[in-house]
Design a protein. Sequence first.
Length: 145
Amino acid sequence: MSVFRHSRDIPARPESVFSAIQDPERLARWWGPDGFTNTFQTFEFWPGGAWLFTMHGPDGTDYPNQSEFLDIVPPSRVRIKHVNLPHFELSLSLGPSATGTLVSWVGVFENQDFAENMRSFLETANEQNLDRLVREVSAGASHGG
């Protein structure tokens, strides 16, 4: 098992950050590393709900993703289990901070060899994902969202 931890302070209330996670249109805009886009087929945002989507790489490669929402506690936590390979659980925790919201991102990969071989990519991708979340929350704030 391999664990990846990232965090980011976002200058917005936890409710505003959570909104960018629970709204499938907004989530599709920021989910994934730079250059990737998403097409959601199923987005059942409740515990036990399915999340099926295709992540489109900048080189045109499609990456099918099948996940299950394990736990949702508005506006403070979302836990996701990635069902297809690579198997992992992702926990997003949102807590108030002095400047807005501290987002903690913890991914736990089942296959340690895969995770360690992909560590550099995954760490960069996770940071880019958080960068994209910050931009989405900022854009939502400027549009009243």
